[in-house]
Design a protein around this ligand. Structure first.
Ligand SMILES: CC(C)(COP(=O)(O)OP(=O)(O)OC[C@H]1O[C@@H](n2cnc3c(N)ncnc32)[C@H](O)[C@@H]1OP(=O)(O)O)[C@@H](O)C(=O)NCCC(=O)NCCS
Length: 219
């Protein structure tokens, strides 16, 4: 872990792309990083939804998001489905009221120093500014592989929610006001830690007007 640092969170720009790709390689050494095509597409469709955490000239964290109309999706859809293969070309600000958190990551050398919390704070600020209803995301169950021989992913999530087990990702999100809506399989390809399992999680904007469902009149 590095010494305490001053980190600025701001919107991503094209000059950050190499730094973001380097960050991906440090966080997920065996997975393909974001491509320049995907990062440029995020800038084209929703620049306000993309954040980096910067210390000096080093990118130490990032968060990427898009707006979706939740009813267009099935909660069991894969990450690729929710993000149009990572391009965010399904971004739908005209109809959507849900900010979909497609990525959040912090440099392993800087984890546990509050940078992830700063990125989440920036996301919540965006949701409040845009008057969106909620944030939803798939939280990969990063610690599940350690217990997969003895418990189901649902039992694992229950134990994490009760605080009996700590998951390095889901516990962080629950501590930031998210709740679990569902447990899904096949969410991320090639993630040996979660084995593809994820919790669909939600944070509600307290300032947003609730959605009103008017019951059908009796016939
Ligand atoms: C999840 C993640 C974004 C959190 O970022 P972070 O900067 O470490 O988070 P913070 O320092 O703001 O908060 C840390 C919290 O997580 C815990 N934590 C998580 N990873 C930690 C680490 N490596 N070292 C110390 N604490 C850690 C802290 O105890 C703290 O607990 P709290 O919730 O009781 O406050 C970061 O760990 C990460 O990039 N993980 C790998 C990528 C990933 O899994 N992303 C999520 C995809 S769904």
């Amino acid at each position: 872990m590095s010494s305490p640092t001053t980190v600025e969170v701001r919107n991503t720009c094209e000059a950050d792309f190499d730094g973001v790709i380097g960050l991906c390689r440090r966080v997920y050494p065996t997975a393909a990083p974001w491509t320049r095509t995907q990062l440029a597409s995020h800038q084209a469709v929703f620049p306000e939804g993309q954040f980096v955490a910067v210390q000096g000239d080093r990118i130490v964290g990032m968060a990427a998001s898009l707006i979706v109309l939740w009813d267009d999706y099935d909660a069991h859809m894969t990450w690729r489905g929710f993000t149009d293969h990572g391009l965010f070309t399904n971004h739908d600000p005209a109809r959507g009221r849900t900010l979909y958190g497609a990525e959040v990551m912090v440099d392993p050398e800087f984890q546990g120093e509050g940078i992830g919390s700063q990125l989440y704070e920036a996301r919540r600020g965006l949701v409040i500014r845009l008057g969106l209803r909620r944030i939803r995301a798939g939280a990969r169950l990063r610690g599940y592989h350690q217990v997969a021989d003895r418990m189901s992913p649902e039992a694992y999530v229950d134990a994490v929610e009760r605080g009996e087990l700590i998951d390095p990702t889901l516990s962080f999100q629950l501590n930031r006001g998210f709740r679990v809506m569902a447990v899904v399989s096949g969410y991320l390809k090639g993630d040996p830690e979660s084995m593809g399992f994820a919790a669909v999680i939600e944070w509600i904007n307290p300032a947003a007007a609730p959605e009103i469902h008017v019951p059908e009149p009796p016939r």
